[in-house]
Design a protein around this ligand. Structure first.
Ligand SMILES: [Cu+2]
Length: 628
């Protein structure tokens, strides 16, 4: 009896331990990922449903850079309104498309949509775009560790050149950021193109090809003063942006690259002691820097200590009443220089005849790597990032299950387009969004994993890159010289949807494992790679006369643990390049990994303007992933 008891006891004990670990760990992981505890349900969003926020996307003539331009704007302003949430918030945002003749989607740049994959805002990949005079209710949840700087923008055509706005995530109520600051300012950079979006997009797809031209100015928070402005033009939109500061204050300056094309170098006159604390929505251990390089899609936070009263007095006695912010588009054939102002007191109309060349004083050539090193190499995860065990571990080489080498090059045959392993991807390509097709078990668009393995990762039929949950991918973007006619080489800020990637780093020439390991050894001394969502594939300073078509001049490597089922784009964030096909679509997980959704649920999202899309006379039916 005693023996039986002991045997049962020990078996029960083992069982107990087993369940403790297996169930406990599962619950722990579910808690970390904030998985919904019960299956999604359909709700009809009638008049009793109140979204947390409403964004209205319109198009019309708006004042930009001292001229009028037909542009897409959000809630009538450039930038659109600042959206502010806290970690753990579950959010519904209703987006109205009030444009009579264009589709719209909105992407929440940098935020994972693993818990609501229809909300990623990528037309033809994860959702049908919102037709004219319809609306779509985006739902998403801010995850633990998301506190940081993001933005939102439209994801159709060239509209994001003006249709963007800041999105800030704060710590949970009662929690503080890991760095002290008294106040904060947000700086969003954008480009200026005189031609309207549809004309630019048409030209980029045309034969013969018609380039958009380079940016004519760089805007800060929707403001810039054109060099062509007359003395009489003194409106707010035709003036330098003014960032107001109080003396003796520590500011968190959030910088958001919302440009279409420009890689913006930025410096603050008289305020060169900056401390980098955040990169792409993740805190990093503090890094001292004097100025920044912000490409489209990237975000940074720096701490800036404002001047003391007596210093300001001394400066005023010398006639200095304000300090310039200099912005330059580097790495283009034509460098555009623009200015904004740091001011401690009200400033009247300004002209930049007195503005100094602050960036030049930093002795930075367009190819300089010094600051690049500070920003992308020395930064390492700050302690708060380690709160989530899922984020802590950089995948080592032994864990990598597959390397996918993606060769990027420009092809010209009258028209001009960018290819990844020989294929461009355009949002017009699939017959229906891949994600919807997956839920519908539609085999004609379902990626063929085995075929992809035999083709370097790209499924030739669906033009997607499939991966299985649990794989650890090493994605290497390689920059190849364009074909003989153009020999084009450019910088490409690659952006990952779905989740942050470990940015291993970049190098010149052809990629090799040895180069990567040498780079990693160097980076480990500085704390190791950090997680980002937009990193630059540099073009190298390769002498054009030595370029041969097809030469590999540079690479950038990412590692990613595949754990978020869904359809995620990874693409160059230069709007022109996106329109020209520089996009890839990744399908993470098979049908059994996707969130449980019946055919009935998925059918809501199946048609263009389908039942998940509302209008004046139709209340949409929408899947709720969480239950309040
Ligand atoms: Cu690009």
């Amino acid at each position: 009896m005693a023996t039986l008891f002991l045997r049962n006891y020990s078996r029960n004990f083992v069982t107990l331990i087993y369940y403790f670990f297996v169930l406990g760990f599962s619950a722990f992981c579910a808690g970390l990922r904030h998985e919904p505890s019960s299956p999604p349900r359909i709700h009809i969003h009638n008049s009793s449903f109140q979204p947390d926020l409403i964004l209205r996307v319109t198009a019309g003539r708006v004042p930009i850079d001292c001229a009028w331009r037909y542009s897409v704007v959000i809630n009538g302003t450039i930038p659109g309104p600042e959206l502010r949430f806290r970690e753990g918030d579950q959010v519904w945002i209703r987006v109205y498309n009030d444009i009579p003749d264009e589709n719209v989607t909105v992407h929440w740049h940098g935020l994972t949509q693993r818990t609501s994959p229809f909300s990623d805002g990528t037309p033809a990949a994860s959702q049908w775009p919102i037709p004219p005079y319809h609306y779509f209710d985006y739902e998403f949840e801010l995850q633990p560790g998301d506190a940081g700087t993001y933005y939102y923008h439209t994801h159709v055509g060239f509209g994001a050149v003006t249709a963007y706005g800041p999105l800030i995530v704060d710590e949970r109520q009662g929690e503080s950021p890991p760095f002290h600051y008294d106040d904060e300012r947000t700086l969003m950079f954008a480009d200026v193109f005189a031609d309207n979006d549809s004309y630019i997009a048409e030209g980029l797809g045309k034969n013969p090809f018609r380039w958009s031209g380079e940016t004519t100015n760089i805007q800060l928070n929707g403001r810039s003063r054109s060099a062509n402005a007359t003395a009489n033009q003194q409106s707010v939109s035709c003036s330098y942006a003014v960032v107001s500061l109080e003396p003796n204050t520590t500011y968190r300056i959030r910088l958001i690259g919302a440009t279409a094309l420009s890689q913006v170098f930025v410096a603050f006159e008289g305020h060169a002691n900056l401390t980098l604390i955040e990169v792409d929505g993740r805190y990093v251990s503090p890094v001292p820097i004097s100025h920044l390089e912000v490409h489209t899609g990237q975000r940074y936070s720096v701490l800036l200590q404002s001047k003391l009263n007596y210093t300001l007095r001394r400066d005023r006695e010398r006639g200095k009443t304000h300090y310039w912010i200099q912005m330059e588009s580097r790495s283009r054939a034509l460098i555009t220089t623009a200015y904004a102002v740091l001011a401690y007191t009200a400033v009247g109309p300004l002209n930049n005849t007195s503005s100094p060349d602050i960036l030049r004083s930093h002795q930075l050539s367009p190819c300089s790597s010094r600051m690049r090193h500070s920003q992308t190499m020395a930064g390492r995860p700050a302690p708060p990032v380690a709160r989530s065990p899922l984020r802590r571990h950089f995948p080592r080489i032994g864990e990598v299950t597959r390397r996918v080498l993606v060769n990027i090059t420009q092809i010209t045959n009258g028209s001009l387009y960018w290819t990844q392993d020989g294929s461009p991807w355009y949002e017009r390509m699939p017959m229906e969004p891949y994600l919807v097709s997956m839920y519908q078990h539609s085999s004609n668009v379902y990626p063929d994993y085995e075929a992809a393995l035999l083709n370097g990762g790209l499924d030739p039929k669906t033009k997607t890159f499939p991966a299985k949950i649990g794989e650890v991918l090493e994605i290497v973007w390689q920059n190849l010289v364009g074909n003989a006619e153009t020999r084009v080489l450019e910088n490409h800020p690659f952006h990952a949807h779905g989740e942050h990637v470990w940015d291993v780093g970049s190098g010149y020439g052809e990629f090799s494992s040895q180069k990567l390991e040498a780079l990693l050894a160097k980076r480990r001394k500085n704390g190791g790679p950090i997680k980002r969502d937009t990193t630059n594939l540099y073009r190298n300073s390769y002498p054009p006369q030595r370029c041969r078509s097809g030469d590999v001049v540079s690479w950038r490597a990412w590692r990613i643990r595949v754990r978020s089922p869904g359809v995620w784009m990874m693409h160059c964030h230069v709007l022109q390049h996106m329109v020209m096909g520089m996009n890839t679509v990744w399908v993470f997980g098979g049908e059994h990994d996707l969130k449980p959704l019946s055919r009935e649920h998925a059918a809501l999202y199946l048609g263009y303007g389908g039942r998940a899309y509302g209008n004046d006379s139709f209340d949409p039916s929408v899947v709720h992933y969480w239950h309040e």
